[in-house]
Design a protein around this ligand. Structure first.
Ligand SMILES: [Zn+2]
Length: 129
């Protein structure tokens, strides 16, 4: 499948593989599908719980971007999970802040991640008022 690879910073032909290759020490993940870029060895997981289990979650992130996404989720998920704001309203606000439709799995650069994090923080402060 052709996907955007953040490591290569371009569209790349990726290869479908599984958790045995990606996470050899995690037997619990061995059955899961992943799309891998053989040029830079980064990879992306799939919507494996759906009826199209090999649909990629988004572009292929670098390690740095994957970490940044975790930080973003840790910041914004509690807001909608604790019902401080509706999830779609939150995502609409984040989209507005970065000027395009926001989806965490589509973050392609650390710059984008920083922008999202800053926007998330601002929304969080707003909700605590
Ligand atoms: Zn790559």
């Amino acid at each position: 499948m052709i996907l955007h690879c953040c490591g290569c910073n371009k569209l790349i032909q990726t290869r479908l593989t599984d958790g045995v290759e990606i996470y050899p020490h995690r037997k619990d993940l061995s059955e899961l599908p992943f799309w891998k870029c053989d040029k830079c060895n980064n990879f992306v997981g799939c919507h494996h719980k759906t009826d199209k289990p090999t649909t990629p979650l988004g572009c292929i992130p670098t390690k740095e971007i994957r970490e940044a996404r975790k930080h973003i989720h840790a910041l914004i998920d509690p807001m909608w999970k604790n019902k401080l704001i509706k999830r779609d309203v939150l995502y609409a606000k984040l989209s507005e802040a970065i000027g395009c439709t926001y989806h965490t799995a589509e973050i392609k650069s650390i710059e984008d991640a920083r922008k999202i994090y800053a926007a998330g923080l601002a929304i969080s402060k707003e909700l605590k008022k």
